[in-house]
Design a protein around this ligand. Sequence first.
Ligand SMILES: [Zn+2]
Length: 295
Amino acid sequence: MLPLVYDEYIMAVLTPHQIENLQEQAKQSRGHLSHLIISDLLTTFHCDIETLLKTLLPVAASFSQAPISQFNVGAIAYDEKTGSAYLGANLEFTHQALNQAVHAEQAAINNAWLNGARSVSLIAITDAPCGHCRQFMNEIAGAESLRVLLPTQETDLKALLPSSFGPLDLGNSYRLLDSNTGNATSTSEALSLMLREQLSLAYAPYSKNAAAVEVVTVAHGTFYGRYAENAAYNPSLSPMQSALSQLALAGLTIDDVELESVTLVESKNGFNQKAVAQAVLDSYVADITLRHVLV
Ligand SMILES: [Zn+2]
């Protein structure tokens, strides 16, 4: 069982057995709780979605890997159109610049996006979102009406980020979670169909440097990550961080798995993700060969 944090919120509601089951379920689905699971939980607990998400926050936070701060954050993005929920947790990299870290809100939205969500209407978080995350959330489709649920307060992004700077300020009317623009994948190099698809779905409206990552493990399946840019640039999520966050939601780190291959694919004209991908991989013990493909 993963270490539990924030158990003061939930011990009255969830039994240890239920917690363990939920953690196991979340690990198997890499943090994606389908509408069937959510509706089953709503029936079991006789509660509304807000209460359920708050109840599940400690399960999300239990996937945190925070070796630097020891500050475990959990977030859950909820798509009311489909009834699905997506967990997220913070992920830090030792011996690397702090700005490489993935925040829990980014992880949850990244998880929703990778699972095909087209909207996130509500995000529950164990702590107030930092400025970086408020800006990251401002990039998604529907940010104007995004509700934010904290353990002791409900608010919305508009109130948390007044007079905001966003995609339209840079002339970009396309948003993260909108359907893709179909980035090109023309290359003679061998790439899996799935990696090509992930590249086509990357969100890079500012640099035009579409990028995606594929991590193939021997025994734990394949993980993908996509580049998600931000109008304020710095809160952008690199494709390697996006993929490693997915591993974290499966309860894994790179050092827990035997790797078959790690591939970063990006646009020929941009060529700017290799160094950051290598840097975060260097924070693990495993000696990893990064395959870099330009398309
Ligand atoms: Zn944050």
